[in-house]
Every structure is written in structure tokens, then in C-alpha cells.
Design a protein around this ligand. Structure first.
Ligand code: SAH
Length: 467
């Protein structure tokens, strides 16, 4: 983004424009929507400009702009449609401290004027950094159709009511009130009785919302999936859209965090000063505190929240305070990793069960029924298995595992930097060590990619590399 969109307060500020033709008229039509003090320099102004001057809407000087004319101006438009004249105007504007726009000259302009959909006070500005004016016009046309004309008056009336709405508690209650006004009661009242009815609807609505029982806090445990934002469920998306507070793990990818409601408070539970992760009971306390304060808390966990996510500890904490919660499942790493192998987790005649294991638990490397896991044809998905690779390999070989058993490690499954390592039980530890895995990695014992690596390049849009 080279051009940063902002809304500039032009009330009683000075804006200077040089030019009297078509380009000047187009800019002036926009500028006249504001309450800026507009001064135009034009030796031969179009009749509209003289009319506006006569009506006192702008000040007109029938001469070329000269040094000193842009003093105290915040914006200067060079709109003479003549390269030499415009360059001169721009020079004066810059020298006198204004931001300068030269019409149809992107590279020499300090700012650009976007395409605008005007439902004052709601203004939608559309910019394409000058790259595609056709696209901007099309988007504008679509928005013009989509946004009802009553939106402007509704917002204006709403704005005048903001102080009254502060009688409602901050946060969810106030948001529900405004959503009700803008998307339901307001448009209905406007259709039936115009602006007076919309004004009355606000009063009624406030009484109704004040007497409603305060909406309490709640917690959604949401699976963020393995990383690709498109692998989020619709329910997860909705929860993120409505959250007041999002408490997320380190594993949740930035593309997914972007989808959270802009005003939501984002808390990274994977960080706690000096790179240390937050302790579990600190996270529990955070969730409880925010929910008790009435917030809709989204506890966002990588993959599926019910798999190696310490979910029950968090549920115990909030259940102890009688707070309501729900669980929104997500795509677990094993499913995403297996998909990247062009494989199936179970297969008739190969494995009728699949085990999800953790490489280590709170006491260290986790122990399992190694003999059962080592049996031919078994498929095991190991989470958190990087550090435990040597231990797992040793245990399996010791309990009868065949050295040629296929082992596949998928690092950063579903992410742009996904990598796949094909190896065998005999070689898994040194191969993993040598690969220098730095991202989250899932290890499959007893499963090889269905297709050779060359084929895998075509299987998913993600880059896939043999390590
Ligand atoms: N609840 C998560 C697992 C949390 S445990 C889920 O259902 O996926 C964390 C482990 O998950 C990591 O150590 C790694 O083994 C695995 N993991 C998570 N995301 C992954 C990804 N994108 N690619 C590979 N493994 C992943």
C-alpha cells in the first residue's frame, strides 16, 4: 500500500485549486461537498465556477496562481490540464507547505483523490493506487446500488444519538443496540415514516435495550485449522467476526488473525515478555476474567481445539464460574498433512484404525503401547514429535518395527512454506535432524505420500519440496 487512506478534516481549512476547465470542475464538485474554504485561480473559468463564486461557495480570482497564493492551504490542486502550468502550481503549493495533487499525474502528486460513494456521513472511498480506474468505477457503481440512500440520514440521526446510547454498557450491549438500529429498526422506520420515525425508533430501541437483561459473557473454543485461512469453518469465521476478545495460540497464522473483528482485543497466549509462553493457569484466568466482564471471548487454538489443545483444563476453569461455552471444531494437523500427501488416513485392507499420539507430555517423552504401534500396516500420526524423534524411533524398532516402514514428516501443513520429508523408520531420526525442521511438523508412521514427490507438486497449490 503506497497510498495510505485517511479522512481529512477540511472544515474551515483552505483548499486552493488552479484551473477553470473540465478537470477543475470535477474536483470542485467533490470539494464543494466539504465545508472547506475553497479558492480558485482561473483566468477563464467555466460558467459553473462563476456561479459558485457568485453564490459564495468559493472565492474566484480571474488570474493565474502566483507565489503567496497557496499560503496556509492544506491542499493544492493543479488542474489546468497543462503540464507546464500544473508544474508551476505544484511548485508554489509545495513551497508554501501544502499537499499537492496534479490531476492525471500520479507520480508527481503527494496524494490522490479516491472514487467516492457518498452517503454522508457514511463515505466509502475507493482507491487503486492509480492502477485501475475502471475497476474503481465498477466498484463504485456496485456500492452505489448496494448501499441504500437512507443510509446517510440513518447515520446522521444515529450520530446525534451517540451520547444517549452511552447509557448502555460499553461493548456488546452497545454494539447490539446499533446493529439493531442500522440493520433492522432504523431502515424499517425510515421506510414507514421517514426521518422523524427513525428518530423515534431510536428512543424506543434504547428503552428496549436498557430494560433487556444484560447480555452475559461467553466463550467459544474455536479451531483455527492448520494455517491456511481457507480451511477455517464458516462457524469459526463467524465467531471471529463477532468476538470482543481473541486469545490465540502461537500456532495460529497471521492470515487467520486478520479475520478477527477489527475492534477485538487480541491477546497472544503464546507470548509473555521475553518470548516465554503464558502459563496455562494464566490463560485460564484471562479467559474467565474477560467472559465475566461480559465479553464474547474466542479462544482460538491451532488445528482442532479438542486434539492436544489442553481444552479440558480451560473448560474446567470457565465451568467453575458457570460461564456458557461452545466448541467449534477445526481441521486438525493430521488431516491437513495427510491431504497434502494425496492420501487417506485410513484404507481398507491397510489400516482400520489411526492413532493420534503426542511425542511428549508433561512428564517428558510420552510412553505408548509400542508393540501395537510397531505392527505392520498400522498408521500413526505423531504430534509434537520433533524432539522425541530418536526416542520414538528407538522404541518402535525395539518392539519389532520393520526398519523399512515408511515415515513421512509434513512441516507447516497447508501453509505456503509446507515441506514434506519422506523417510523410513530406520532413517527417520537422522533425516529429521538433517532437514532442520523449524515449523510445526507432523510425523506419520506407516504412511508414505501416495504419489512420488514430482507428482505432489501438482496436487495442491502450495509449494511442496522434498527436503
Ligand atoms: N490442536 C492442534 C494440535 C496442537 S499440538 C491440531 O489439532 O492440529 C501442536 C502440534 O500440532 C505441533 O507440534 C505439530 O506436531 C502439529 N501441528 C500443528 N499445526 C501444524 C501444521 N500446520 N503442520 C504440521 N503440524 C502441525
Amino acid at each position: 500500500m503506497q497510498h495510505f487512506p485517511i479522512f481529512l478534516d477540511l472544515n474551515a481549512r483552505r483548499v486552493v485549486l488552479s484551473g477553470g476547465g473540465e478537470a477543475a470542475l470535477a474536483k470542485l464538485r467533490l470539494l464543494l461537498k466539504t465545508s472547506a474554504r475553497i479558492t480558485v485561480f482561473a483566468p477563464a473559468p467555466a460558467p459553473e465556477i462563476t456561479d459558485w463564486a457568485a453564490a459564495g461557495r468559493l472565492t474566484l480570482h480571474r488570474r493565474a496562481i502566483a507565489p503567496g497564493d497557496a499560503l496556509c492551504a492544506v491542499l493544492v490542486y493543479a488542474a489546468d490540464e497543462d503540464a507546464a502550468l500544473d508544474a508551476r502550481t505544484a511548485e508554489i503549493g509545495r513551497a508554501e507547505g501544502a499537499l499537492v495533487n496534479i490531476v492525471d499525474n500520479l507520480s508527481d502528486s503527494a496524494f490522490i483523490t479516491p472514487a467516492i460513494v457518498d452517503r454522508d456521513p457514511v463515505t466509502v472511498a475507493i482507491g487503486t493506487e492509480g492502477a485501475a480506474p475502471v475497476l474503481a468505477r465498477r466498484i463504485k457503481a456496485e456500492l452505489e446500488e448496494r448501499l441504500p440512500v437512507s443510509l446517510g440520514p440513518l447515520a446522521r440521526i444515529g450520530k446525534g444519538f451517540r451520547k444517549m446510547a452511552e447509557h448502555l454498557p460499553f461493548g456488546r450491549a452497545r454494539r447490539d443496540f446499533w446493529a439493531d438500529y442500522y440493520f433492522d429498526a432504523g431502515p424499517r422506520a425510515m421506510d414507514q415514516g421517514g426521518e422523524d420515525a427513525a428518530q423515534a425508533a431510536l428512543d424506543d430501541l434504547l428503552v428496549r435495550h436498557l430494560s433487556a437483561s444484560p447480555s452475559g459473557g461467553r466463550v467459544d473454543f474455536v479451531g483455527a485449522g492448520p494455517g491456511d485461512p481457507e480451511l477455517l469453518t464458516l462457524k469459526a469465521r463467524k465467531a471471529l467476526d463477532e468476538a470482543d476478545v481473541v486469545i490465540h495460540d502461537r500456532l495460529v497464522s497471521p492470515g487467520i488473525l486478520e479475520l478477527a473483528r477489527r475492534e477485538a482485543l487480541m491477546i497472544d497466549a503464546g507470548k509473555h515478555g521475553f518470548g516465554k509462553a503464558m502459563a496455562q493457569d494464566e490463560i485460564n484466568t484471562l479467559i474467565v476474567e474477560h467472559a465475566q466482564a461480559g465479553a464474547h471471548v474466542v479462544r482460538l487454538k491451532g488445528g482442532d481445539p479438542m486434539i492436544f489443545g489442553r481444552l479440558d483444563e480451560e473448560i474446567d476453569a470457565i465451568a467453575a464460574h458457570d460461564l456458557p461455552y461452545s466448541i467449534i471444531p477445526g481441521i486438525t494437523a493430521a488431516a491437513a498433512a495427510c491431504a497434502s500427501l494425496g492420501q487417506s488416513l485410513t484404507k481398507r485392507g491397510r489400516n482400520s484404525q489411526i492413532r493420534f499420539l503426542t511425542g511428549h507430555d508433561t512428564k517428558g517423552f510420552a510412553d505408548h503401547d509400542w508393540r501395537a504401534l510397531a505392527a505392520p500396516g498400522e498408521v500413526t500420526a505423531i504430534y509434537m514429535g520433533k524432539r522425541a524423534a530418536r526416542f520414538i524411533q528407538g522404541r518402535l524398532l525395539m518392539h519389532g518395527g520393520v526398519p523399512e516402514t515408511p515415515v513421512t514428516v509434513v512441516e507447516n501443513a497447508s501453509r505456503p512454506d509446507q515441506r514434506i520429508l519422506e523417510t523410513t523408520l530406520a532413517r527417520m531420526e537422522p533425516d529429521m535432524e538433517q532437514a532442520g525442521l523449524s515449523g510445526p511438523a507432523l510425523t506419520f508412521i506407516g504412511l508414505a505420500p501416495r504419489h512420488p514427490q514430482a507428482e505432489l507438486h501438482r496436487l495442491t497449490p502450495h509449494r511442496q519440496e522434498a527436503l
